[in-house]
Structure formats: structure tokens, C-alpha cells
Design a protein around this ligand. Structure first.
Ligand code: PLP
Length: 420
């Protein structure tokens, strides 16, 4: 028996849910496409949602739907309680000190734009530097470029080494004294690299800078403790972590959020309004203008409960076994170039198959019922660094199976022959 499969069976025998039990929680995984069972390997784009999330949202809309914070009726109170309860769940999930540090947003993109606009809009100017890395997603590049056009600071990008890691010593050596913020992905959506953001936070603080962590790709896979990491801001998306789309959050240290101006104006974010002046609400509502995505927050809370019920350690262990299996299967394939070999990785595998275009690879796999992503993955500077126009990407979650990885490998062999 293959070592990866053997390890998975031993672990299941030692406790934790079975493969069938976990997969039964995700109705979509039992779909067939063109007569073939779906193998969903596009989890880095968005994860699937367990029925516990779907049921929580359905319950909310069927029983408690009302607007929050303003109503003096029972449903309004229920909706407000459900919304704020979800905030508390997220606060505990990432180890924040208070609910005031958890701002609900549409997701990682909006969270980073919030920091750029509100914090950066006041704090950055000529002579200042925002340090990114070559592996950033466009959502951690473009908001800073938009702000740079208004505020005239500089953007720098730390080099990605050939194995897909960042070299902390080189970042230290090349440190620009004007650096005010390091904005970095916790895990790369292309290379899978998990960056040592705790060490980066220590370096940034030692040099008088802040750090923003883009946790879009890490939250689904590992235990995050914002106080242990000592990050100043952390951005996340619910839909990549088994929750619904359109909900995510910004974590920010309370003192920083307190000192920042609102970034959007409207209902709920004010204490008082007159035509002469307005006063802002307390944290976190100061940053939540307008009707929030209450149903989404409820769904996110249910997703966090679900992950907790499996156990973050179990999830990490299961994904480690799947990753080892995928690396062994894909690594052994002739003509397949894998990008990113960092020792600390999340289960994301980007590759090219000889000279076959990544889109053709993805289309071939789609005909086999296998969903992968292909393209630049919203990381064009990284594609340039790797010297490729595009890559195909298989990204796993704990509900994937060794059998699906076998199907991927077999289909890739088929594609290789087909396009030869
Ligand atoms: N950052 C990383 C590393 C990502 O992978 C993604 C999405 O793929 C984002 C940010 C943006 O997330 P969202 O589209 O949910 O805002």
C-alpha cells in the first residue's frame, strides 16, 4: 500500500471522522459531471460549504431575518445577537483580545482596502515605503498602488527565492528605513509557501514598522493566533474557510483601529450626525457602514464551529497527509514542473505540463470531472518572477481524497499524451 494512504488509514483508525463522514457534510461533493464524480481541487479559489453552514444560514433567514442594531423588535434583537455572536466566534477563532478588533468586511480584498484607505490614507506620504513581497495576490498590491497615486510613497517587494520562500536575512539586510508597513501573505495562493509572519512581525516592529497579514489562504488550514503572531492587521475571507461568499473580516489591534478614521460613511457607523459634523460609533461598528451581511456572518460563525468540531489539528494533519501524497504523485511525473518547494506549505500545487498551456490542461481535467484553476492566479508579478505566463493549480482541502489525487495524476498523464 502507498505510504500516504497507509498513514491516512492509521490516523483515521486512531480517531477523527472517517472520509465518508466528512464528505457527507458537503452535499456538492457527491455531484457527477458528465458521468464522472466531481473531484473538486480548486479550494484555494473558494472552499465548499458544509451543510452545517447552509442550515445555519437557512435557519437565520427562515426564523430571525431582520436588520441589525436598530430594531426594537424581537426579530431585530435576534438578528443583532446572531450577528454579534458570529463576531465573538471569529474573535475566539483567531485569538483576538476583544470583539472591537473584529471588523466584518466582504473579505480579504475589502479588508486590505480598508487599511490602505483609512490607515494608509493618513499615515503614508513621500519618503515612506510599504514593503510587499513578490508572491502577493493582486489584492495586496493594487490597493497600495491606488493609494500611492494619491499619497506619493514608495512600494517595494521582497524577493521570492527559487524554492518559493522569503529570505528573512535578505529582507533585514535590504530594509529601507522609510518602511512603515510590511504587507505580506501568510500563505501563497500559488506556491503554497507558508511565510514566517511571526518573525516578520518581530522584524517590522524592531524597525518601527507595522505588519499586515493577508491570511486568505492560511485561515482554512491552520490555527491562527493574532496575539501570538503579534500582527497589527490580519485580513481573511470566509468563503475560503468553508463559509459563505461575501463575508470576511479585518482584525486590527484596538489602539490602531481606534486611531484610524472611518473609511466608508453611512448608517450604523455614526454616533450622531448633523450637517455641521458627525461623530463616529465605537469599534468595530465605526468601520461597518450600512446594512452588513448578517446571514453571511451567521454562516461564517457556523463554518468556524464546523472547523472547530473537526479540530484544526486534525484538519492540518489530514491535509499534510494529502499533501505528501500529492507531492509524491505529482513530483514523480515526467515533464511536470511544480512551483514552490518550501518546507512549510499549505496544500496548494501549481504546475505546468511541459509546453501545454495551463488552460488546456485545466480543460482536459474538466472533461474528467476534475476542477482545477489555471491562469495567473491574480499574482502576475509572481508569474513574472517564475518566468511563466500561467500555471495550473490543484488546491486541496481536508475533504479531498487520495483517490482524487490518483485521478488527477492519471488525467495529467492522459493530457500529456493527448497534447504530445
Ligand atoms: N489574498 C490571497 C493570498 C488570495 O489567495 C486571495 C484570493 O484568492 C485574496 C487575497 C483575495 O481574497 P478575496 O477575493 O476573498 O477578497
Amino acid at each position: 500500500m502507498d505510504m500516504g494512504v497507509a498513514a491516512a488509514r492509521v490516523r483515521r483508525a486512531a480517531g477523527g471522522p472517517s472520509e465518508a463522514e466528512v464528505r457527507a457534510d458537503f452535499p456538492i461533493l457527491s455531484r457527477e459531471l458528465g458521468g464522472r464524480p466531481l473531484a473538486y481541487l480548486d479550494n484555494a479559489a473558494t472552499s465548499q460549504k458544509p451543510r452545517q453552514v447552509l442550515e445555519a444560514m437557512r435557519r437565520f433567514y427562515e426564523r430571525s431575518n431582520a436588520n441589525v442594531h436598530r430594531a426594537i423588535h424581537a426579530l431585530g434583537e435576534e438578528a443583532t445577537a446572531a450577528y454579534e455572536e458570529a463576531r465573538g466566534k471569529l474573535r475566539r477563532f483567531i485569538g483576538a483580545a476583544s470583539d472591537g478588533e473584529i471588523v466584518f468586511t466582504r473579505g480579504t480584498t475589502e479588508s486590505i482596502n480598508l487599511v490602505a484607505s483609512s490607515w494608509g490614507g493618513e499615515r503614508l506620504g513621500p519618503g515612506d515605503v510599504v514593503l510587499l513581497t513578490e508572491m502577493e495576490h493582486h489584492s495586496d498590491i493594487v490597493p497600495w498602488q491606488l493609494l500611492r497615486a494619491r499619497r506619493g510613497f514608495r512600494l517595494a517587494a521582497a524577493r521570492v527565492e527559487d524554492d518559493g520562500t522569503l529570505d528573512l536575512d535578505s529582507i533585514r539586510r535590504n530594509w529601507d528605513p522609510g518602511t512603515k508597513l510590511v504587507a505580506v501573505a501568510h500563505a501563497s495562493n500559488v506556491l503554497g509557501t507558508v511565510n514566517d509572519v511571526k518573525a516578520l512581525a518581530a522584524l517590522a516592529h524592531e524597525r518601527g514598522a507595522l505588519i499586515l497579514v493577508d491570511a486568505a489562504q492560511s485561515v482554512p488550514h491552520m490555527r491562527i493566533d493574532v496575539r501570538d503572531l503579534d500582527c497589527d492587521f490580519l485580513a481573511l475571507s470566509g468563503h475560503k474557510a468553508y463559509g459563505p461568499m461575501g463575508i470576511g473580516a479585518l482584525y486590527g489591534k484596538e489602539a490602531l483601529l481606534e486611531a484610524m478614521p472611518p473609511w466608508m460613511g453611512g448608517g450604523d457607523m455614526i454616533r450622531s450626525v448633523s450637517f455641521e459634523e458627525s461623530a463616529w460609533n465605537d469599534l468595530p461598528w465605526k468601520f461597518e457602514a450600512g446594512t452588513p451581511n448578517v446571514g453571511g456572518a451567521v454562516g461564517l460563525g457556523a463554518a468556524l464551529d464546523y472547523a472547530d468540531s473537526l479540530g484544526l489539528d486534525w484538519i492540518a494533519e489530514r491535509e499534510l497527509a494529502l499533501s505528501a501524497y500529492a507531492l509524491a504523485r505529482l513530483g514523480a511525473m515526467e515533464g511536470l514542473a511544480l512551483y514552490g518547494t518550501a518546507p512549510d506549505r499549505c496544500p496548494v500545487f501549481s504546475f505546468n505540463l511541459g509546453a501545454v498551456h495551463a488552460h488546456d490542461v485545466a480543460q482536459y481535467l474538466d472533461r474528467e470531472g476534475i476542477a482545477v484553476r489555471a491562469g495567473h492566479h491574480c499574482a502576475q508579478p509572481l508569474m513574472r518572477r517564475l518566468g511563466i505566463p500561467a500555471a495550473a493549480r490543484a488546491s486541496l482541502a481536508f475533504y479531498n481524497t487520495e483517490e482524487e489525487i490518483d485521478r488527477l495524476a492519471l488525467a495529467l498523464e492522459g493530457a500529456s499524451r493527448f497534447y504530445a
